[in-house]
Design a protein around this ligand. Structure first.
Ligand SMILES: Nc1ncnc2c1ncn2[C@@H]1O[C@H](COP(=O)(O)OP(=O)(O)OP(=O)(O)O)[C@@H](O)[C@H]1O
Ligand SMILES: [Mg+2]
Length: 450
């Protein structure tokens, strides 16, 4: 739509503006008085057209929104089709879709109405204007100021202007529609870039990580991370536990600077993370997130995703072996070249996780951020993933949001988060002896898994 408005504006506008200019030249030559009169009339028409344009744009914007709604809803329903089927949501979804469809149809009708009305009103006004011009010209002709020949010439020039001007009104409408479309596009383009003013580049940090009185909130009101101070030595493991929604994922997402903290300081090897270039900071951090994100490509290219240098086949195979990916890949029709489907749909949850672990292994960064998946896995994959994780955590500073007992028990330090605050910290032993929130969580979450 935006492309359409730009091309039609350029081709039509250039040609039509030239025609109009030439016509004005002829008119001025024959009768300046009449030309002045036309020059007063046309701006009035222009203002009216402008006003119509504004109304038009308002409707246009609303229609853009409802077209977006239709696409979004359709996509959501298709993606969530299993839920729709399992929970018998056909009727509900059909109603929702009919609702937005109907809204979209009505808005479209309105748009067409406004457009036709716009063109009609402009033409009526123009018709009246034309009649007026002819009337005044005939008066001048009677007075002998304007000869019939001049009058015809003037009139032809003006008629020549009519068509281009009418087109320019239409161009205006197309343009308005394009602008409404561009608005939502620009909203995304106008998002601020990530702040990247740091200059420190370190190929490989040691991995001493420190949070110092860190506050963070997504919106300005409620703190999601509230005065968190904790440090973790290079190569050690920090486990973060806490209820759902206590801010665990948020806390670890602050380290690669996915979000900027409100106050306090996070440092790696005593250098504030905001002093690093984003590239260098993120090069030093491997991330295995709660929900694994895979692209609709082969297992291989998902493993090597984002690696700067083309990765050699030997490393790739080593990693595929270590992360127990070969375990399932060897049964797939194309092995490691098998396409994983949209969002990795063709793989099981455990298989997706193993690919994520493999990806992190291959990146081989000194700091590992691990948001363990909560989903229960069968004991076989669980053991495989645990082994792969142990290998991954070896010799790396690890911040792990732990749902597995074995991970928590082995951690060098555990912090318990509650509503963004650290309420307890220490080793597994310390905290069990404390008999506080951790001991409670431990009894609730972990004992039965054991
Ligand atoms: N992108 C976001 N924008 C706004 N609020 C968010 C965002 N992500 C999380 N939150 C809010 O921040 C709080 C902490 O969320 P977080 O994801 O850190 O919890 P969590 O401890 O990781 O929970 P879980 O164990 O369920 O993964 C929640 O109240 C959540 O609603
Ligand atoms: Mg989380």
């Amino acid at each position: 739509m935006i492309a359409e408005s730009v091309t039609s504006v350029v081709t039509i506008a250039v040609r039509d503006v030239m025609t109009v200019l030439a016509a004005i030249g002829v008119m001025l030559f024959h009768s300046p008085t009449l030309t002045i009169f036309v020059a007063i009339l046309f701006p009035i028409i222009a203002v009216l057209v402008q006003l119509l344009g504004i109304a038009f744009r308002r409707y246009s914007e609303r229609i853009q929104d409802s077209v977006g709604e239709v696409t979004q809803l359709t996509e959501e329903i298709i993606r969530g089709n299993t839920v729709v089927k399992a929970f018998n949501g056909y009727k509900y979804e059909r109603n929702r879709l009919t609702g937005v469809d109907e809204k979209n149809r009505k808005q479209n009708l309105k748009l067409i109405r406004v457009r036709s009305l716009g063109v009609a009103i402009t033409q009526v006004i123009f018709g009246f204007g034309l009649a007026l011009v002819i009337y005044i010209a005939s008066l001048q002709s009677i007075q002998g100021v304007l000869s019939p020949g001049q009058f015809i010439s003037f009139f032809s020039a003006m008629m020549l202007m009519l068509q281009p001007l009418r087109r320019i009104t239409n161009v205006n409408a197309t343009l308005q529609r394009g602008v409404a479309g561009a608005d939502s596009l620009f909203m995304i383009l106008d998002q601020k870039d990530e702040k990247d003013i740091g200059t420190t580049k370190i190929k490989r940090v040691n991995g001493n990580v420190k949070f110092d009185s860190v506050d963070f909130s997504y919106d300005k009101d409620n703190l999601v991370i509230d005065d968190v101070s904790v440090s973790i030595g290079a190569g050690k493991v920090l486990a973060i536990v806490g209820h759902s929604g206590s801010g665990k994922s948020t806390l670890v997402n602050l380290l690669p600077r996915f979000y900027e903290i409100n106050s306090g300081k996070i440092s790696i090897d005593d250098i504030s993370i905001s002093d690093f270039t984003l590239e260098s900071l993120r090069e030093n951090i491997s991330l295995v997130s709660q929900d694994v994100i895979l692209f609709n490509e082969s297992i291989k290219s998902n493993l090597t995703y984002g690696q700067l240098k083309p990765c050699n086949e030997k490393d790739l195979l080593k990693v595929a072996e270590a992360a127990f990916i070969n375990d399932f890949a060897k049964d797939l029709p194309n092995g490691l070249d098998t396409i994983v489907g949209d969002r990795g749909m063709l793989l099981s949850g455990g298989q997706r996780q193993r690919i994520a672990i493999g990806r992190a292994l291959l990146k081989n960064a000194p700091i590992l951020v691990l948001d363990e998946a909560t989903s229960a896995l069968d004991t076989q994959s669980e053991r495989h993933i645990q082994d792969a994780l142990n290998l991954l955590m070896k010799d790396r500073t690890t911040l792990v949001i732990a749902h597995r007992l074995s991970t928590v028990e082995k951690a060098d330090k555990i912090i318990v988060l509650d509503a963004g605050k650290i309420v307890e910290q220490g080793t597994h032993k310390d905290l069990i002896n404390n008999d506080g929130q951790y001991a409670n969580l431990y009894r609730m979450q972990f004992s039965e898994i054991q």
